[in-house]
Design a protein around this ligand. Structure first.
Ligand code: BES
Ligand code: ZN
Length: 455
């Protein structure tokens, strides 16, 4: 183990240079214009995994973007099998003019590498690839390793469920490890024990057959943008911050007193969030703490809205169409598909005459809780403590990683969510970056994890 860690230290400059190449590939999964780039990224990973000595390296086509798969077996017949999961696809870069340096030519400033995908998730995937390279250089692997790196996580992993079902045998393992989350704070590593799910819909409202003069037609003709705003406003109570879609909270598991106490024990201050996002007040449900709102309560948020005149200046127009993208973060025991049905029923009930509304289910993920017990979790806690020199904390996350619930449901194995990002690293936002100190510590921690889990 020490040899591998020392090797990684001597190779740090090369590791950073290789990461920079990976970050230069614009593997934006949601945009069809980038389909060839996503494929290129999968092919690059394949070549790279072959170059470090991985076996059975394959780029596996799916009806969408390809998966990258690789294995390496330990000579020890009793070695446990660990499945590493990560994603090489990234979010769109817009608004592009807010990037200080271009999103796909990575730049190091102040010990951080800036690029789309730096922290979410290419940088963290590369942590494990470099940990495995370092282990393969120095001794036989203490574990059997399987790598599954997907290209559709940021669009809800639409083809992964069927894949995991069909290949359940091949993917069999003792535990899964994922690095696609954040540490609790700089210098404070964490293991994530819960992720929220997601239901993401698009609402389209159509009214008159064409855009109209807002004076010549305004008044009697129902305005689709107004109707859309009314529909959205009808989903939440402004006083309490509660979502008022009928049945929405029916399957929400109440945060237990113990969970609340665990959240409180982390000593989180609202001032940290206010300072991070530079606003002067927080919203949401008025009877919940900030960590509860982020980790164990559902949300409903408009992610995008459009229709009518959007260019500078004024144009008097009554638009014929309006559109909104709405995401709902879900908590146990909500199911993504059920929540979409509830929303559709609500929309049908509140749609005014004069417009037609369609709700399209774009993608989803079910929420998941993972156990903090077990051999793999203990190995991860030990690895983090040895590397960061403080005990890790257990926390939940507000974001979603669809595969984690699938692994637990389909494979029945525990997942270790050991992230090296920071929540302030602008994931999904301009100027995404990854702290290079955490990149290198992550490699060390991953090497220790793979060794400890075999002990
Ligand atoms: N790495 C994130 C998940 C995450 C976000 C973990 C914040 C911890 C903190 C992941 O890549 C992601 O963004 N997932 C999507 C999934 C969705 C499209 C189904 C998300 O949460 O929006
Ligand atoms: Zn993401």
């Amino acid at each position: 183990m020490e040899h591998s860690i020392n090797y990684a230290k001597t190779q740090s400059a090369r590791f950073e240079a290789e990461l920079s190449t990976l970050l230069s590939i614009p593997s934006v999964s949601t945009d069809e214009a980038n389909t060839a780039d996503v494929q290129h990224c999968a092919d690059w990973l394949r070549e790279h995994l072959l170059s470090i000595g991985m076996e059975s390296v394959q780029v596996i086509p799916t009806p969408g973007h390809p998966l990258v798969y690789a294995e390496h077996r330990s000579p020890n017949p009793d070695a446990p099998t660990i499945l590493f999961y990560g994603h090489y696809d990234v979010q769109p870069v817009d608004p592009i003019d807010l990037w200080t340096t271009p999103p796909f030519s990575s730049t190091v400033r102040d010990g951080k590498v800036y690029a789309r995908g730096a922290t979410d998730d290419k940088g963290q995937v590369f942590v494990h690839i470099k940990a495995i390279e370092s282990m393969l250089r120095h001794s036989p692997l203490p574990i059997n390793i399987k790598l599954l790196i997907e290209g559709e996580e940021e669009i809800g992993s639409p083809n992964l469920g069927p894949f995991v079902e069909q290949r359940a045998q091949q993917l069999q393992c003792h535990a899964v490890v994922v690095s696609d989350t954040a540490m609790f704070a700089p210098g404070q590593p964490s293991l994530v024990v819960g992720l929220r799910g997601l239901a993401y819909v698009q609402i389209d409202v159509v009214g008159p057959n064409r855009d109209l003069h807002s004076g010549a037609y305004g008044g009697p003709v129902v305005n689709p943008l107004n109707a859309l705003c009314d529909i959205i406003a009808s989903m939440k109570d402004r006083g309490t911050g509660k979502i008022v879609i009928e049945g929405f909270y029916d399957s929400v598991r109440e945060t237990t007193t113990q969970e609340k106490a665990e959240f409180d024990a982390l000593g989180y201050q609202d001032s940290r969030l206010l300072a991070d996002v530079q606003t002067n007040a927080l919203g949401g449900e008025n009877d919940r703490s900030t960590l509860e709102k982020l980790w164990s309560r559902p949300t409903l948020d408009v992610n995008g809205i459009g229709g009518g005149y959007q260019a500078p200046g004024a144009k008097t127009v009554l638009p014929s169409k309006a559109m909104a993208k709405v995401s709902m973060r879900l908590v146990p025991d909500q199911k993504s598909a059920d929540v979409v049905e509830l929303l559709k029923r609500h929309v049908a009930r509140v749609t005014p005459p004069g417009v037609t509304v369609t709700v399209t289910d774009l993608h989803g993920a079910n929420p998941v809780l993972v156990s903090r017990e077990g051999k793999a979790m203990n190995a991860a806690a030990q690895a983090l403590q040895e590397t960061f020199e403080v005990p890790c904390v257990y926390q939940r996350e507000g974001g979603s990683i669809p595969v984690v619930e699938m692994f637990s449901r389909i494979l029945g194995v525990p997942t270790v969510l050991m992230g090296f990002g920071l929540s302030t690293e602008n994931l999904h936002s301009p100027n995404e970056h990854f702290d290079l100190g955490n990149f290198h510590k992550g490699i060390e921690a991953a090497i220790r994890f793979y060794h400890h889990v075999a002990e």
